[in-house]
Design a binder for this molecule. Structure first.
Ligand SMILES: Nc1ncnc2c1ncn2[C@@H]1O[C@H](COP(=O)(O)OP(=O)(O)OP(=O)(O)O)[C@@H](O)[C@H]1O
Ligand SMILES: [Mg+2]
Length: 277
């Protein structure tokens, strides 16, 4: 069968020019993206830049002020929210947790727990799980729908480096086994660069994006990622105080380094660290 031209291929989820506002505050302005089958896309950006809101908008949980979100028909989706909406003080076994919001068969619960390295933990209390075990339990629940896409909001928050690396290995294995796409939020730039097919930097709008293997050999990579901690800082500071065409002025720290980016622009240049003119 002839392949459809790239622009015509059906994405799992796509957004066209979406904006989201809470009251008078514009949180997302004119964001467009598409997630295709089996790709791992990571969203990065400062606190409050709208990453969780973007995921929730894509899932249809928050209303759009404008624009459109499209999900493939009958899309099976597994979502791990940033914050768990259960009271940790409330007694709840892992098995019960897996049955929220809808009941699942013992066999499926057992298989999902085994897949995330929590075999036999059905009777454990959620409140007594370690941070890493809790993340795995949440992932197990997300796997129960046999998802075509996993949407993970800072899934390794609170894990140590080893726990984090193990978690991302698990995600990669799952992708290989099931072909599921992964859209996740992460703050760990090293992991992001190693584990993602595509990286999107958000600050109320999409600041920049690209494939790590392309970005890493490009000059802008050095301005954004390539300088260790400084690179990480540059990433969070690059021109986040500028005004885009839509007039959106995102919140965020102003650049403070005296460094020049790979284009010889200083941090006061509105396009510091950007790969567009
Ligand atoms: N339900 C809501 N009602 C009002 N304001 C909200 C709501 N959800 C998010 N916001 C606001 O929208 C902005 C973006 O929040 P969001 O949680 O999307 O940021 P984030 O990039 O995920 O941050 P973090 O890195 O801290 O998780 C924040 O200013 C936040 O206060
Ligand atoms: Mg968030």
């Amino acid at each position: 069968m002839p392949r459809l031209p790239k622009g015509r291929r059906m994405s799992l989820i796509s957004a066209q020019h979406i904006s989201v506002a809470f009251g008078a505050a514009n949180v997302l302005t004119d964001v467009s993206l598409a997630i295709d089958q089996s790709e791992i896309v990571t969203l990065i950006g400062p606190n409050g830049s709208g990453k969780s809101t973007l995921l929730r908008a894509l899932l249809g949980i928050v209303p759009l002020a404008s624009g459109q979100v499209q999900r493939a028909p009958d899309l099976r989706l597994g979502y791990v929210p940033q914050k768990l909406a259960i009271d940790r003080a409330m007694p709840m076994t892992v098995r019960r947790f897996l049955s929220l919001p809808q009941n699942v068969r013992d066999k499926d619960a057992r298989a999902a727990l085994a897949r995330v390295g929590l075999a036999g933990q059905e009777g454990a209390q959620m409140a007594q799980l370690s941070g890493g075990q809790m993340q795995r339990a949440m992932l197990a629940r997300a796997l129960l729908t046999d998802p075509q896409i996993l949407v993970l909001d800072e899934p390794t928050q609170g894990l140590d480096q080893q726990g984090e690396a193990a978690f991302y290995r698990l995600i990669e294995e799952l992708r290989l086994e099931t072909g599921a796409a992964v859209l996740m939020v992460s703050h760990d730039l090293h992991v992001v660069m190693a584990a993602s097919d595509r990286v999107i930097c958000l600050n109320g709008h999409i600041c920049c994006q690209g494939a790590p293997h392309v970005v890493s050999s490009a000059p802008e990579y050095r301005a954004l990622f390539g300088l260790g901690t400084q690179g990480a800082l540059a990433l969070y500071q690059h021109a986040h105080d500028h005004v885009h065409d839509g007039g959106h002025v995102p919140a965020g720290p102003a650049p403070t380094t005296g460094a020049k980016d790979a284009f010889g622009r200083s941090p006061t240049d509105p396009h510091y660290g950007h790969n567009h003119a």
